[in-house]
Design a protein around this ligand. Structure first.
Ligand SMILES: NC(=O)c1ccc[n+]([C@@H]2O[C@H](COP(=O)([O-])OP(=O)(O)OC[C@H]3O[C@@H](n4cnc5c(N)ncnc54)[C@H](O)[C@@H]3O)[C@@H](O)[C@H]2O)c1
Length: 422
């Protein structure tokens, strides 16, 4: 098919932009469409709008441009949809972004194109897309146009490596779609696996939900160990050491835009009791666990508190669905004298919808007078900062579910750091 562009990425956010840039790197002529003017200006000026290592040079080359108008879709052999798919406040997928994209794209579709859905979606959403296309155009999927669901399984911060190494799962239901989708994604990875729509949708959800449950069990074990006065870090190390049938994860705040919402996508069609809701409850309880169990050791009321990390994940600047704001609110209920938040991956002010605009202190300023410290994210650098605190404020209590200092205790005082080396 002779088109100006090999691919057009619709929705050039944290998934779409790395994908488009990688396509350009492998020699495809790719372009993008996004409704966010600030994002477009940033990318078109040659800068990354968020942190994702490995892309600075290719974005600076300005070979991948993002357009405001979807008109460019009509000039592209393949359209890859990577818009957001959040949950409503209830256990229900919010399909609004997908529906808006389909409404704007369908008048521009033409014979021979491939439509590829890459956003994470609930089972049967690709079938909804097929019906939508066939209702609003004269095109028939499999005869005139291709349709595939090709899930994105990268981890944030590892997109550059993983887009070229992870196997690409392709959900298709006809030969034309198989050929078009295989041709496009084989440019990224030689490892292509084809299946039907629903199976491909479930692959993505099962990958994420399995991870979510895996971390929930780790957090549950931390609580159980704590209730017996045992040390979770020691128990985990003993359980995993040279034992081929154990891979217990370390405990830690488990959230983020993907893991939590993807369990909802499975659950909206599942009225039966299941373990996924329990995993949700377990992971959501972790901020309360830290506050409640620190209170068994010391006061928070009228104390100076520091919260280390505000993004949902180590060494990223993504705060979507982070549990840190929840921790902040629980600490706030204890009426401390002040809470200082620090996260060196975020800007000088952190805008949080339920809390407001927060000063993002330097780690030194946040820790200067801190009497209680909560480690909300396991960013690199916190170990050294907390060890320095041991000299300046030895009485300070630290709640560290992530074990960033390697102290192997969830709750300890700064003075205890270093003792393990004596
Ligand atoms: N972030 C991840 O690590 C990750 C990993 C795998 C899968 N996913 C899935 O990928 C999808 C996208 O996630 P994300 O993190 O990139 O979200 P995002 O919010 O960063 O990006 C979505 C982009 O789509 C744009 N957009 C919305 N409506 C549009 C429209 N009508 N036309 C054009 N652009 C539009 C937004 O402006 C935004 O830039 C979601 O389904 C998510 O679950 C995310």
């Amino acid at each position: 098919m002779n088109m100006e562009y090999d691919a057009c990425i619709v929705g050039t956010g944290r998934v779409g932009l790395p994908l488009g840039l990688t396509m350009v790197e492998v020699g495809l002529n790719a372009t993008g469409v996004d409704v966010d003017p600030a994002l477009r200006d940033c990318v078109n000026a040659g800068r990354m709008p968020f942190s994702e290592p490995g892309y600075d040079a290719i974005v600076a080359s300005k070979r991948f441009q993002v357009h405001a108008s979807p008109e460019v879709v009509a000039k592209s052999a393949a359209l890859v949809i990577t818009v957001g798919t959040p949950l409503h406040n209830h256990i229900e997928t919010d399909l609004a972004q997908i529906q808006r994209v389909l409404s704007s794209l369908t008048p521009l579709l033409c014979k021979g194109q491939l439509v590829c859905l890459r956003s994470t979606v609930a089972p049967r959403t690709t079938e909804f897309v097929r019906r939508f296309i066939e209702r609003h155009t004269d095109l028939v999927v499999g005869k005139d146009i291709g349709l595939a669901f090709c899930p994105e399984r990268i981890a944030e911060g590892k997109a550059h490596e993983e887009l070229r190494t992870l196997p690409q799962i392709i959900g298709i239901q006809d030969e034309m779609s198989r050929e078009l989708a295989t041709d496009l994604f084989s440019k990224l990875s030689p490892d292509i696996m084809c299946t039907d729509f629903v199976s491909a949708e479930l692959v993505k959800l099962f990958n994420n939900v399995a991870r979510y449950v895996h971390f929930a069990i780790a957090n549950q074990f931390a609580l159980i160990a704590d209730s017996f006065g045992a040390n979770i870090f020691e128990v985990r190390e003993l359980a995993n050491h040279k034992y081929p049938r154990s891979s217990i994860a370390p405990p830690g705040f488990t959230a983020g835009t993907c893991l939590r919402k993807d369990f909802g996508m499975i659950n909206e069609w599942n009225p039966y009791p299941d373990m996924l809701l329990s995993a949700w409850k377990m992971n959501e309880y972790c901020p309360a666990f830290l506050v409640e169990h620190l209170l068994r050791r010391t006061e928070i009321h009228n104390r100076q508190v520091a919260i280390l990390g505000f993004s949902f994940k180590k060494d990223t600047d993504d705060t979507r669905d982070s549990l840190a704001p929840k921790l902040y609110r629980y600490v706030q209920r204890q009426l401390p004298s002040e809470i200082r938040v620090t996260d060196h991956h975020l800007p000088a002010r952190i805008d949080e919808s339920t809390i407001g605009s927060l000063v993002n202190w330097s780690i030194q300023e946040a820790l200067k007078d801190a009497e209680c410290v909560f480690v909300a994210t396991n960013h690199t650098g916190y170990d050294a900062a907390l060890r320095a605190l041991a000299q300046q404020r030895p009485d300070t209590w630290i709640a560290d579910l992530w074990n960033v200092t390697g102290k192997n205790q969830v709750f300890y005082q700064a003075r205890d750091l270093g003792k393990e080396k004596e």
